[in-house]
Design a protein around this ligand. Structure first.
Ligand code: 5GP
Ligand code: MN
Length: 338
């Protein structure tokens, strides 16, 4: 974002505005952390701001400060449409294409004449934003929201509430500060957030140490289903709808499972295939180490996208057909994977 754009945004935000803040569908820690941090920041400046999530998110994010103010478009359409209708500004955070908000919400965003501000770190952004802060090298949208507040010369305004929200997204999107996008600047930002009152140990506990017994049992089943293709340094996991039902699956329960496949010695490409009978799809999460781009892989074969080392996608075929397709594609990438 250049100085002229920052000056324009400063002017725009200098008087109270009606603002809607939107994360992507199936919001994760970075999506909810960044939108709620921005919400608290804008409230300090007397804006009328609301976070509207396309749909619900996991319980392990429901302790975030401001969670009780979040609207869910899917179940609160009338209220959401009213706010979007009268919005002067719509921030879209942690996504860069309207369809990532789901088809219904995408239509509404498309039709809105509000000024759009994108803050996002995914690849290949669409061209809808009036102001676009897009940087695929950033660890997380939360780190970018910190930078955004810094660009507005306003880091003094960051309080414990904002710091807590930002900490969550940086922590979750960096795999607790271990993924390659974690820089010394990321750690410097985290240091500031702790100084501002983010309780790092408590946040870690709230996100990662609130497992249900059934979730750990489901993890056990996922590990039993793990398959390895050593010659292509690939590992994958499947979970059928019947297995999810058996272990009383709740939203968010499979978060992070795919990382166990990637933790196998020598493995550089990991996938998890999760059946969703309600939507009649197989939801796919892909992870890699090094240069092999799961973003490109997902765009090419599974209607998805994301980052080089973490992407998602979907298949409308049944589980076995999807797995067969996945296995049949792999040899094309023999050079990258062996
Ligand atoms: P996850 O596998 O954890 O759902 O997602 C990994 C990354 O890919 C996240 O940054 C997420 O926003 C992105 N992602 C997940 N599913 C999709 C998808 O269907 N399309 C696109 N473009 N990105 C996705
Ligand atoms: Mn993110």
């Amino acid at each position: 974002m250049n100085n002229t754009q920052i000056t324009k945004i400063k002017a725009l935000l200098s008087t109270p505005k009606n603002i809607v803040i939107v994360p992507h569908r199936n919001p994760d820690g970075d999506a909810m952390g960044s939108t709620l941090a921005l919400y608290h920041y804008l409230k300090l400046h007397n804006h009328d701001a609301t976070v509207i999530a396309p749909n619900d998110y996991p319980d392990f994010l429901k302790w975030l400060p401001g969670d009780d103010t979040v609207l869910k478009f899917e179940s609160q359409q009338a209220e959401s449409n009213l706010l979007i209708d009268k919005a002067d500004i719509i921030f879209t955070l942690d996504f860069n294409a309207f369809h990532r908000a789901g088809h219904q919400m995408a239509d509404v965003l498309e039709k809105s004449s509000a000024i759009k501000i994108m803050i996002d770190h995914h690849q290949q952004p669409d061209d809808y934003a009036t102001f676009m802060y897009s940087d695929v090298n950033m660890s997380s949208t939360c780190e970018m929201v910190y930078n955004f507040i810094e660009m507005l010369s306003d880091t003094d305004k960051i309080n414990a509430t904002i710091a807590t929200c930002l900490y969550v997204g940086i922590m979750t999107d960096t795999g607790s500060f271990r993924f390659p996008a974690t820089t010394s600047k990321t750690h410097a930002v985290i240091g500031h957030l702790i100084d501002k009152g983010a309780d790092n140990s408590q946040i870690h506990n709230n996100i990662y140490d609130t497992n249900s017994y059934s979730r750990l049992q489901l993890l056990g089943r996922a590990m039993q289903n793990l398959k390895v293709i050593p010659e292509l340094r690939t590992a994958y996991i499947t979970l059928s709808q019947a297995e999810l039902d058996e272990f009383n699956f709740k939203k968010g329960d499979t978060e992070g499972f795919v990382n166990y496949a990637l933790s196998l010695k020598g493995i550089i490409f990991a996938a998890i295939f999760i059946e969703n009978k309600q939507d009649n799809i197989i939801k796919i999460s892909l992870r890699s180490k090094g240069d092999f781009s799961v973003n490109e892989f997902s765009r090419a074969y599974f209607n998805g996208g994301g980052h080089t080392n973490a992407a998602g996608g979907r298949s409308e075929d049944d589980m076995q057909t999807t797995i067969n397709k996945f296995i049949s594609i792999l040899p094309q990438y023999k050079q990258d994977l062996s």
